[in-house]
Design a binder for this molecule. Structure first.
Ligand code: UT7
Length: 329
């Protein structure tokens, strides 16, 4: 077995300037700051405004910042992956647009869709290219402009989501650091509980699909919650067991930010106190594929070389998974 691992050697993020607060949402739908805070932990989220601004606009800024801070020349990047459910276009891939705008020449790039677990799926995929020895510099982006598919008359969903992008650089590590293990799962029977009905090949856009508001994300919150709270805790416990980690070995849980209550339940199952859990849901809400890299970006200055991180997510599909990372810088 190869000892070559992929290490995260840099992280950067971007969130738009516009802040949509619980107070403003309370003027748009029948909700309150109290309800949203109590049920989700969210206080505000960022919204990308402006004509012609898409997911790539945020991804480009995150990747440009990442290249700059890691001193990486764009022409040296071997591969760029973008996890998103809100691509700029059905095709070409948002990854192609980001790579081009960042000057990556003819390096391959592609999108990957696994909803809120998208970043973990893309991280796992990117890591394989490093571990195989094929590539030396891989950028993994998680980016979503959720405001493009949110129905701001539906109080069950519009309070949850926000826009943002995060990106990490992966490079080879042979010294025991890096992405040491990953576990991924999916169960397509969950599709009915969290999805966007129209706009794909099954229900292409028609006047009727638009009138029926079928181009927006729909979620049966309670049904998703029941799966999310169990699966995310299970998979986090599983990756600890597989790698013989006790709670005192884990420096940080880096959870997908869908609901503070799901994060608390996962931490409890892992035996972690909340000071070891990255939480920024109060500021950004659920940014889908961007939550985990945005957490890493926010907490980067508190991370120390050798810290054991457990990254965990659950999302549409259903998809879920976990990664064990030994922080490399
Ligand atoms: O990231 C992808 C995966 N997604 C998730 O993990 C999300 C999982 N689900 C959840 O986080 C929660 O189910 C929600 C936050 C979406 C909803 O919280 P909940 O505690 O499950 O609330 P609920 O849907 O059971 O609704 C409770 C009540 C209902 O009223 P009645 O029937 O008790 O009178 C809702 O109509 O709250 C009402 N309600 C609201 N009230 C004020 C629903 N949305 C709102 C709202 N403001 N925004």
């Amino acid at each position: 077995m190869s000892h070559l691992k992929a290490a995260i050697t840099g992280v950067h993020g971007y969130v738009p300037d516009y802040i949509l607060t619980n107070e403003e949402l309370s003027t748009m739908v029948d909700t309150s700051d109290e309800w949203i805070t109590l049920r989700t932990g969210i206080k505000e989220r960022r919204i990308l405004k402006g004509e012609g601004q898409g997911t790539s606009s945020m991804g480009i800024r995150a990747v440009q910042g990442l290249l700059e801070k890691t001193g990486t020349r764009p022409e040296d990047v071997d591969l760029l992956l973008c996890a998103t459910v809100t691509p700029d276009y059905v095709f070409p891939a948002t990854a192609n647009l980001i790579a081009h705008a960042c000057g990556m020449g003819n390096a391959p790039s592609f999108d990957l869709g696994a909803a809120c677990s998208g970043f973990l799926y893309a991280l796992t995929t990117g890591a394989q290219f490093i571990e195989s020895g094929k590539y030396k510099k891989v950028i993994v982006v998680g980016a979503d402009k959720m405001s493009a598919i949110i129905d701001y008359t539906d109080r069950a969903t519009c309070i949850l989501f926000g826009d943002g992008a995060g990106a990490v650089l992966l490079e080879p590590a042979q010294d025991g650091y890096g992405i040491l293990d990953t576990v991924l799962y999916a169960d397509g029977s969950g599709a009915q509980h969290l999805y966007q009905k129209a706009g794909g090949s099954k229900y292409p856009p028609t006047l009727e699909t638009i009138a029926n508001r079928e181009h927006f994300a729909r979620q049966e919150g309670q049904a998703v919650y029941k799966f999310a709270v169990v699966r995310m805790a299970d998979v986090s416990a599983e990756i600890m067991q597989r790698n013989h980690l006790t709670s005192s070995d884990v420096a940080w849980l880096v959870p997908h930010q869908a609901n503070k209550r799901i994060i608390l339940a996962t931490a409890e199952r892992m035996g972690l106190s909340m000071d070891k859990v990255m939480v920024n849901i109060q500021r950004y809400g659920n940014t889908t594929a961007a939550t985990i890299p945005l957490c890493l970006w926010d907490y980067e200055s508190q991370l120390q070389k050798g810290d054991n991180l457990v990254l965990s997510a659950f999302g549409g599909g259903f998809t879920w998974g976990s990664a064990y990372v030994k922080w490399a810088y």
